[in-house]
Design a protein around this ligand. Structure first.
Ligand SMILES: O=C(O)CC[C@@H](O)C(=O)O
Ligand SMILES: [Zn+2]
Length: 514
């Protein structure tokens, strides 16, 4: 019997809990409310800038424009003021829920004239405090902007409003034989506009590339209310500067994205997921190399988690490890158009990595429920970590062969100051998620981690924010990854597009541009 058959027949342990991934929609009731701190008290925020305060006249304007969609009830505002991790909290007293681009335009025109600060908000699943107000900024939510505008099933180009939930778009496309080019753990809550604003990477970047390539057009409302219609649906368009790129990844600081055109791949006919164990990171890297060589065009994801992540999944989410305990685990996904061809390729690859002892154990799933369960072992690590207390999160890009060195180095450096130092992430993209936990916020631990982690990253010419953005929490570390000339130019672009600085203030750019 060949290796693939052995793998395929290998049952996932009977105790396996085929739980549905809550995909960030969980209410983290177990998180101690004492962990929530006002962002202005985290040391991450400067003093409030001299924006106007919302007056009764402003409210009257908003209520006339958005009847029933101008929210001022503090109870209803609460969840929009706090980030998903419950680590930063603003104090906004107004939440606006426009349905159309024209309404967004009128809101921003008014706010700009009145010098009122605005915090654009999608699904509020960000991890760097970028999507919640810091002080009393008006929250501009895209939650009611959730219409698909067009879908062309010849080109695969989808045009939709910014507030469409990623998972809803995936379902919409799957019914039509297509998929979204990005997928991430927060899919059940995050909005496509938020994904584009943060240039979210996710689990399929290895195969379909970043949003900088798949987003073909954007509609954006500028700070003064002007509508910039760059909603092109062309694969090729070299007419002048590619303005949409300015808004991809600028975290709502340069404009509010109201609609997106995105190129979607065909839904693969055959999908396989392999969950493998490795005894060292070196072997994991070697497996990655062989995998790329042998699976080629059908490889759609190569992700990893370490044994500490697995322990947390077992402890807090009651997920069961389907294979023998290992120091490292890999999730490999193949997506192709011919099941037999894909299985053959996967078979050869598994045979190779098993016989050369690169992989110690594994299981393969081809059926949707099992695929989902294997994926949840990777996707739910973030959720498992929230049960440990306070998590210090680092989202680092490095040369792939260095990514786990940082975790090991950090373990040695912190000793028992930290409760957990775990590593997981996107091997295929050279993107490590280094997460460090402690029972509660711990300034001494933080001082031991930072700037050490940023210096380490900078030394290896890495990025201190690979895919989560800078938001409120990371913006002052931008110089570890960007030269001062580049940051100064970013400041000039911000000043040109938003001279009063009303759009998502205190985010992305550092306090001092020098
Ligand atoms: O929580 C994190 O640090 C990472 C979240 C997300 O980017 C992931 O890849 O799971
Ligand atoms: Zn990630």
């Amino acid at each position: 019997m060949g290796i693939f058959q052995r793998f395929a027949r290998l049952p996932l342990k009977s105790t396996y809990i085929w739980s549905l991934c809550p995909q960030y929609s969980t209410d983290l009731t177990t998180v101690d409310s004492a962990l929530i701190v006002r962002s202005s008290n985290t040391g991450a925020a400067p003093p409030r800038l001299p924006f106007s305060r919302v007056t009764q006249e402003d409210l009257a304007f908003f209520r006339a424009l958005l009847p029933g969609r101008t929210i001022t009830d503090p109870d209803l505002l609460k969840s929009s003021n706090v980030d998903w991790l419950k680590t930063v909290e603003g104090n906004s007293e107004v939440l606006l829920r426009p349905k159309t681009t024209e309404e967004v335009s009128q809101i921003l025109r008014h706010c700009n004239e009145r010098n009122l600060a605005v915090c654009p908000q999608g699904g509020n699943t960000g991890l760097v405090g970028g999507s919640v107000p810091v002080f009393d900024e008006i929250i501009l939510s895209t939650s009611l902007m959730s219409q698909v505008i067009t879908f062309d099933n010849i080109s695969g180009i989808l045009t939709c409003q910014a507030g469409c939930v990623l998972e809803n778009l995936s379902n919409y496309l799957e019914e039509r034989g297509f998929i979204m080019p990005l997928d991430l753990g927060a899919k059940g809550s995050c909005h496509i506009g938020g994904n584009v604003s943060t240039n979210a990477g996710g689990l399929r970047l290895l195969r379909y590339g970043s949003l900088r390539g798949t987003v073909l057009g954007l509609e954006v409302v500028l700070a003064d209310g002007r509508i910039l219609n760059c909603l092109a649906t062309l694969r090729k368009d070299n007419t002048g500067y590619d303005l949409k790129q300015l808004f991809i990844g600028s975290e709502g600081t340069l404009g509010v994205i109201t609609a997106v055109s995105i190129l979607c791949p065909h839904k693969p006919k055959a999908v396989n997921v392999a969950f493998l164990g490795c005894s060292s990171f070196q072997q994991l890297l070697e497996t990655f190399q062989r995998c790329r060589g042998m699976l080629g065009e059908i490889l759609s994801a190569f992700e990893f988690l370490d044994a500490s992540c697995m322990s947390l999944l077992e402890k807090h989410l009651k997920l069961t490890n389907p294979i023998t305990e290992s120091p490292f685990y890999i999730v490999i996904e193949t997506a192709g158009s011919n099941a037999t061809h894909d299985e053959e390729k996967l078979h050869k690859f598994l045979e190779e990595v098993m016989t050369s002892s690169l992989v110690t154990d594994g299981t393969v799933a081809t059926e949707a429920t099992k695929i989902k369960a294997l994926w949840s072992l990777r996707e739910r690590v973030t959720e498992a970590l929230t049960h440990e207390g306070y998590t210090y999160k680092y989202d680092i890009s490095l040369p792939v062969e260095k990514i786990y060195d940082l975790v090991q180095d950090m373990r040695g450096h912190l000793g028992d100051m930290a409760k957990n130092v775990v590593g997981y992430g996107h091997v295929g993209d050279g993107n490590l998620h280094l997460n460090i936990t402690s029972p509660s916020k711990d300034p001494a631990l933080l001082a031991a981690i930072e700037p050490y982690v940023y210096e380490w990253t900078s030394e290896w010419k890495g990025s201190i924010s690979a895919e989560h953005g800078l938001g409120l929490k990371k913006r002052n570390y931008i110089y570890y990854s960007k030269p001062s000339e580049a940051v100064a130019l970013m400041g000039s672009i911000k000043a040109m597009l938003d001279p009063k600085g009303i759009l998502n203030p205190y985010k992305t750019l550092p306090d001092n541009i020098h």
